[in-house]
Design a protein around this ligand. Structure first.
Ligand SMILES: NC(=O)N[C@@H](CC(=O)O)C(=O)O
Ligand SMILES: [Zn+2]
Ligand SMILES: [Zn+2]
Length: 427
């Protein structure tokens, strides 16, 4: 079937906004036509959506999310999580293996893929665990996990504490042409802390999570990546020191890539209003200096992409307070409006810069065929109303999670329609 999204404002190859018509056939982009060209003859039988000059971008790609299924369906399911994703303009999401059971067997990878297919919303790419049960003691069966459809290995939620274990994982991964994705956290430097070391922790008499707990793993793993030649990807970078280490490693050609979350670009520990666990996530909100370093790292290409680390938890769990509640905040439905409002509307970033970090860059790093609007690409598309301004209202979220620090924030740039392989999944 032929579909046309006409009068779409797209970012063209020169990085300029241009009015175009997007012609879609059988789930793929067939042509990108200039807005002043006549629509194709078959246009009469085509299903036509008039974008009326709204921004139309490649569907966003989020390489770090928690869908909680199997095992934590009270927090989220693959269905509710992928519904939240498409509502946020995301068409491809890569889910973390800290489920119950941990995604450490081919059966669980297959189960996730099956549930994602049933949900029929976003494309779901599962990661598998590096170690059995994410306990750091024994490697999982990388071949079987790859065979079942895992796209990379990570123990997200915890760091791999043992350097030899990490090195063995990297050797195995590189032999299979697979990446290792690391949650960087040295447990010996954390010990029961819930917020970053610094002003907020001191004021509230809390133990702090020091920057080195993250950066020590980044440094260690960069050396191991150099030794093994693996593609090493750093999760949720939050510190100045990590940015520096990654920058240096990239400069000498080590195969390292990195991601950063919207909250680490927009919030510091100075913004935390009090002992409210909606401001608790791992890594924690750091100092304004770290925030600045993450922004600079993204700007100079040290950090490759933006991910949400969408991490839903139930209201009861989050009500346990700053010290006892689990780490994590939801992210799909606020990511684009938040970054658009904070960085593009204020003139600090171009729209193109923001969109590339959420589309073509993750696609490039992980070898996906999406993330671009060009003939032959899957019709994974998001339409955004850049003028629509509304307050963040967790009660209206599609995710089961209500855990966000952005409640009430007035933001512009809300996704209004999302297509996956040409099928409308949100409007
Ligand atoms: N980011 C978080 O604060 N929490 C994540 C775990 C993780 O990403 O490390 C979770 O699973 O809840
Ligand atoms: Zn993590
Ligand atoms: Zn995570």
């Amino acid at each position: 079937m032929l579909q046309i999204i006409k009068n779409a404002k797209v970012i063209n190859e020169e990085g300029q906004l241009q009015l175009q018509h997007i012609v879609i056939e059988n789930g793929q982009i067939q042509a990108m036509m200039n807005g002043d060209q006549e629509l194709p003859q078959q246009g009469e039988q085509a299903e036509i959506v008039d974008a009326a000059g709204r921004l139309v971008a490649p569907g966003f790609i989020d390489m770090h999310v928690h869908l909680r299924e199997p095992g934590f369906e009270h927090k989220e399911t693959i269905e509710s999580g992928s519904r939240s994703a498409v509502k946020g303009g995301f068409t491809t999401i890569a889910c973390m293996p800290n489920t119950k059971p941990v995604t450490d067997t081919a059966e669980t990878v297959s189960l996730i893929l099956e549930k994602a297919k049933q949900a029929g919303l976003a494309k779901v790419l599962p990661y598998a665990a590096i170690t059995v049960n994410e306990l750091g003691r024994e490697l999982t069966d990388f071949e079987a996990l790859k065979e079942a459809g895992a796209i990379g290995f990570t123990d997200d939620g915890v760091g791999v504490q043992n350097a030899q274990m990490m090195k063995n994982a990297m050797k195995k991964a590189v032999s299979l042409g697979m990446p290792v994705i690391a949650h960087c956290e040295d447990d010996s430097l954390v010990k029961g802390a819930c917020v970053t070391e610094g002003a907020f922790a001191e004021r509230h008499g809390l133990k702090g999570i020091p920057n080195e707990s993250e950066a020590i793993h980044v440094g260690r793993d960069i050396l191991l990546a150099e030794a093994t030649g693996v593609h090493y990807h750093v999760c949720h970078v939050s510190t100045e020191q990590s940015v520096r280490l990654i920058r240096q490693a990239k400069a000498i050609g080590i195969k390292v890539t990195a991601e950063v979350c919207p909250h680490h670009l927009v919030l510091s520990d100075e913004d935390i209003p009090g002992l409210d666990a909606n401001w608790k996530m791992n890594p924690p909100l750091r100092s304004p200096r770290d925030v600045q370093a993450c922004i600079e790292g993204l700007l100079d290409g040290t950090i490759d992409m933006i991910v949400t680390d969408h991490a839903p938890h139930s209201e009861e769990e989050k009500a346990k307070g700053m010290e006892l509640a689990p780490f994590g905040i939801v992210g799909f439905e606020t990511a684009f409006p938040l970054l658009y409002t904070k960085f593009v509307e204020t003139g600090q970033w171009t729209l193109e810069f923001l969109i590339q970090r959420m589309t073509s860059d993750p696609a490039r790093v992980f070898g996906l065929n999406s993330g671009v609007l060009k003939p032959g690409a899957p019709a994974d598309i998001t339409m955004i109303d850049l003028d629509l301004e509304q307050a963040v209202d967790p009660a209206a979220f599609a995710t089961k999670g209500r855990n966000t620090p952005f409640t009430g924030w007035k933001l512009k740039g809300w996704p209004v329609m999302t297509w996956v392989d040409g099928e409308l999944k949100y409007s």
